[in-house]
Write a protein that binds this ligand. Structure first.
Ligand code: DAH
Length: 346
């Protein structure tokens, strides 16, 4: 290898490389040309490997030639890169153009299930009175679901709650949210203001007003000196917030083993407003919940001294409240998940 040969090789590389660069169609081609010509294992380095065989005087001259070639190649790469880059950008802008006049695709809006919506409304209203939501299990033991609530085995009142049992002896699907009262009392000290929403289960033949699966919202307040007057005031406020400020309400005597006295709470019929109609059984009133003063036995079962503490409790069905509010006449609609029904709440 001599100086003249090496210089010829370099000149040949220069013209070939420049021609290839000018012809490169896109950025990717330019990038691989750069590696191929100027890279560590590229063609320029390949030729310069012969430099070691030259006399020492010739080496800087070859180096100088190689440098001008490197600069020329780099300049050509830059120029070509700018040209194809611009073209590529123009092409992308054309193909990816957004037509801002295209009509948008409508977004399907979901909605809360009416049972959930009613429970959220109930929780919102009672939270304004300081009630805090608690959870309590759906699979409950007989003791907490019944016995601690003053309903011993074989008590006739058990007929009010037809029960679904699970395989584990002594356990059942809770028939109401009232056992949550016991759990809350055992877990915390008064003052207690607890709200217990949840799913309940009963061994019921399903019809327009009975389901085997439904929701309840339980309320419990316990403190020193809590009275039936507090309960009445609270429920009146609740009914006005839920159904309207001018709605009349009334309390009637009721019976539950876990409250004494027990009451039923009615709102004036939302359909006829008083005179009586088929929706209210011609009475002019609609019952929305059961309630009462917590029975001393139940307070004691919750670990509280009934001489010191008094409490009231109430239990309501959010589906029933939703039915009254929206004029829904069949409870089954809440569990069937028919979209034609549910979409009306969007
Ligand atoms: N647990 C009752 C039921 O399922 C409803 C109820 C009535 C709850 C009176 C209460 C109450 O807390 O005081 O029918």
């Amino acid at each position: 290898m001599d100086f003249a040969q090496l210089t010829r090789d370099l000149e040949a590389l220069r013209s070939e490389a420049l021609a290839q660069i000018v012809a490169a169609p896109d950025t990717a081609a330019l990038e691989s040309l750069e590696v191929e010509i100027l890279g560590k294992k590229g063609r320029l380095t390949g030729i310069l490997r012969g430099i070691g065989a030259l006399p020492a005087d010739d080496r800087p001259r070859v180096g100088a030639v190689a440098n001008t070639i490197r600069q020329a190649v780099e300049a050509a790469l830059r120029d070509r890169s700018a040209a194809v880059g611009g073209a590529e950008l123009r092409a992308r802008l054309l193909t990816e153009r957004v037509d801002v006049t295209t009509p948008g695709r409508p977004i399907a809006r979901g909605s809360l299930h009416p049972s959930i919506e009613a429970m959220a409304d109930i929780a919102r209203i009672f939270s304004q009175f300081g009630f805090v939501v608690h959870e309590s299990p759906e699979v409950e033991d007989d003791r907490t679901n019944f016995q601690m609530l003053n309903i011993p085995p074989d008590h006739p009142a058990r007929d009010l709650w037809d029960t679904l049992y699970v395989d584990q002896p002594g356990y059942l699907l809770r028939t109401h949210t009232s056992p949550g009262q016991i759990r809350v009392m055992q877990a915390m000290r008064p003052p207690i203001r607890a709200l217990l929403p949840g799913r309940c289960f009963r061994y019921e033949a399903v019809d327009a007003s009975h389901g085997f699966e439904f929701f309840q919202v339980e309320g419990l307040m316990v403190d020193e000196g809590t009275t039936l007057g507090d309960l009445k005031g609270l429920l009146d406020q609740f009914a006005r917030a839920m159904f309207g400020a001018n709605k009349r309400t009334r309390f009637r005597p009721g019976y539950y083993p876990f409250t004494e006295p027990s009451v039923a709470f009615d709102v004036e019929c939302l359909v006829c407003g008083g005179p009586g109609c088929p929706a209210c059984g011609r009475s002019g009133w609609m019952t929305i919940l059961g309630a009462g003063m917590v029975h001393p036995v139940v307070l004691r079962n919750g670990g509280l001294d009934p001489e010191r503490y008094q409490g009231f409790a109430f239990g309501m069905g959010p589906e029933r409240i939703s039915m009254l509010k929206h004029g829904i006449t069949d409870l089954r609609l809440f569990m069937e998940n028919d979209l034609r029904f549910l979409e009306q709440f969007a």
